[in-house]
Design a protein. Structure first.
Length: 74
């Protein structure tokens, strides 16, 4: 997996460490995401850009019963 990260005037593609989901969490592999003008407000801090993502469930905490691996979400 990769993420586009904005770091103090630098835009970079990186592979962050991703933990397994726990405590009612779901891991989603994002296939599509929008980046827009509202992301400009966050130039002062490191962050993963993009919102309104669409993707596929990669892993699910055992307490989640409404989603399964390979479900499309977005």
């Amino acid at each position: 997996m990769a993420a586009t990260i904005y770091m103090a005037q630098l835009l970079d593609i990186t592979s962050p460490n991703i933990a397994k989901p726990s405590g009612k969490q779901v891991l989603v592999k994002i296939t599509h995401s929008g980046v827009c003008g509202t992301d400009e407000h966050y130039k002062t801090a490191d962050m993963v850009l993009g919102h309104k993502g669409i993707g596929t469930v990669e892993a699910v905490d055992g307490s989640i019963k409404t989603l399964a691996v390979r479900d499309r979400v977005g």
